[in-house]
Design a protein around this ligand. Structure first.
Ligand SMILES: Cc1cc2nc3c(=O)[nH]c(=O)nc-3n(C[C@H](O)[C@H](O)[C@H](O)COP(=O)(O)OP(=O)(O)OC[C@H]3O[C@@H](n4cnc5c(N)ncnc54)[C@H](O)[C@@H]3O)c2cc1C
Length: 464
């Protein structure tokens, strides 16, 4: 069979659709296989709909605190169904946008379940069971992930739910236990708590958002507790009894066992990869710990087969999937892209206060043997933060004492997710601490805190 396509991408998430568009720009004839909505988890069940829900929560919080800003508002109440509806509409709109982009870039969509076969073929089974085989010169697997399940908490989508159900519940639960305090867990914990659900977080590690700098974890825990979220760290859910009306959750803590009652348990303990039935065994594509093994350009051990996004090692983030997709197709097209620098990937968490970070934590920098200079600037000393009524949080920067290399940047506060790109760009350009101090930041902005934190590291800070 002659090659019908230069490239077939299986999965249309931020890895797959971005790879397809870049390939089309580079002159390839491209098809994308998708079994569900275009845009993958990110647009339909991840990044975007959660941010829509979080926006609703923030608007409600603003209205609830309107008096602080000199505004009288009476009788604000939560329309939970309205929040869910808005979130679904935003997601649907974004998915439609991908349809438009595919059309614009002349990318064909093959609806159905894709499976790779030997000889660079892809079998697509549609929802009626009809199978069609397509030939390609190259295939990219970008099948993404789903909620990981723990044996003690099998997801039943009624009382023990994953992130999908948490976005579209029929009614707002009165009491919720969130298991896991990574980005997904704390975003839902913040959302439900701020609209009036009683929320308990259970975290196995000794602090919330355990991948972040310790000071950020402490600040978030303090804020969550102040706002009524119960936080149980160094704790483990060992059993969930779903008999009866609600759930009885058994939690093993350092002090012994504790029972929690709730309507629903949200399992937010990570991501499992969608690799079942996609033809890995039949074609001999190698995996390790549930992820596809790839080289720096996302090539698997099988000629012409590539893998990107949540199904390969590295952080499970939309912007990482997209960056991998672009590098992968540029390499296929014969260009010479630089491999992705996994040490300079920003991570953002959109609860309130927001968290954003890039590079090493203070502990990691010390463990790596660096002699470091650390600077911290609190938003309580920022004019813009005061004016906005968002004085919680800080920017913390870490520099190598010897050469001034910017090793890490950690922020917690309002809108910090919009500020972290400065640190990513500066680190990419190998900007030193002194250069950052001399980079004039606009006043009044939250971003001045980055310059001031750098100045604090070198004992030149002005406003504290
Ligand atoms: C609740 C939640 C919030 C998140 N928030 C953020 C965030 O704010 N920022 C961020 O960077 N990341 C966030 N993420 C992570 C982000 O969504 C993922 O990292 C990203 O979507 C991964 O992209 P991907 O292209 O690898 O796969 P996915 O987005 O998972 O897309 C895979 C696609 O492949 C399709 N597919 C799977 N198997 C097949 C098959 N055999 N045949 C055909 N189609 C198939 C699926 O239907 C899906 O559409 C969040 C995730 C969740 C769950």
């Amino acid at each position: 069979m002659a090659s019908q396509y230069d490239l077939i991408v299986i999965g249309s998430g931020p890895g797959g659709y971005v790879a397809a568009i870049r390939a089309s720009q580079l002159g390839m004839k491209v098809a994308v296989v998708e079994k569900a909505e275009l845009g993958g988890i990110c647009l339909n069940w991840g990044c975007i709909p959660t941010k829509a829900l979080l926006k609703s929560a923030q608007v409600f919080e603003y209205i609830s605190h309107a008096k602080d800003y000199g505004i009288d508002v009476k009788d604000a109440s939560v329309d939970f169904g309205g929040m869910v509806k808005r979130s679904r509409e935003v997601a649907a709109g974004m998915s439609k946008g991908i349809q438009f982009l595919f059309k614009k870039n002349k990318i064909e969509v093959l609806n159905g379940f894709g499976k790779i076969q030997k000889g660079k073929k892809v079998e697509v089974e549609d929802d009626k069971g009809k199978k069609t085989v397509y030939q390609a010169k190259n295939i990219i697997l970008a099948t993404g992930g789903r909620s990981r399940e723990l044996p003690a908490m099998p997801i039943d989508n009624e009382k023990i739910i994953g992130y999908r159900k948490a976005m579209v519940m029929d009614k707002q639960p009165k009491k919720m236990v969130v298991v896991g305090s990574g980005a997904i867990g704390v975003e839902f914990a913040y959302f439900y708590n701020s609209i009036g659900t009683e929320v308990t977080i259970v975290e196995f590690m000794d602090r919330v958002v355990p991948v972040e700098d310790e000071e950020v974890s402490k600040a978030l825990e303090r804020n969550f507790k102040k706002n009524g979220i119960k936080v149980m760290t160094s704790s483990e859910v060992t059993k969930v009894d779903t008999k009866g009306t609600g759930c009885k959750v058994t939690v093993k803590t350092k002090k012994g066992e504790e029972q929690l009652d709730c309507d629903v348990v949200l399992s937010a303990v990570g991501v499992a990869t969608n690799l079942e039935g996609v033809g890995l065994e039949e074609t001999g594509v190698k995996t390790e710990k549930g992820k596809v093994i790839v080289d720096d350009y996302y090539k698997t051990n099988v000629d012409g087969v590539y893998a990107i996004g949540d199904i390969v090692h590295g952080p499970a983030l939309a912007h990482v999937a997209s960056a991998e997709g672009i590098i992968c197709v540029e390499k296929i097209a014969g260009e010479n892209p630089q491999p992705l620098d996994y040490g300079n990937i920003p991570g953002c968490t959109y609860c309130s206060p927001e968290i954003a970070s890039v590079g090493m934590t203070e502990k990691q920098a010390k463990e790596a043997g660096y002699e470091i200079k650390v600077g911290k600037f609190p938003f309580s000393a920022s004019g813009k933060a005061s004016a906005a009524g968002h004085k919680d949080g800080f920017v913390k920067v870490i520099f190598d004492a010897k050469y001034g290399e910017w090793l890490g940047c950690h922020m917690i506060g309002a809108n910090v997710t919009e500020m972290i790109a400065e640190a990513v760009a500066a680190r990419k350009l190998e900007t030193t601490g002194h250069e950052l101090i001399k980079t004039v930041h606009p006043h009044p902005t939250m971003s001045e805190a980055v310059m001031e934190a750098a100045a604090a590291a070198y004992d030149e800070v002005i406003h504290i």
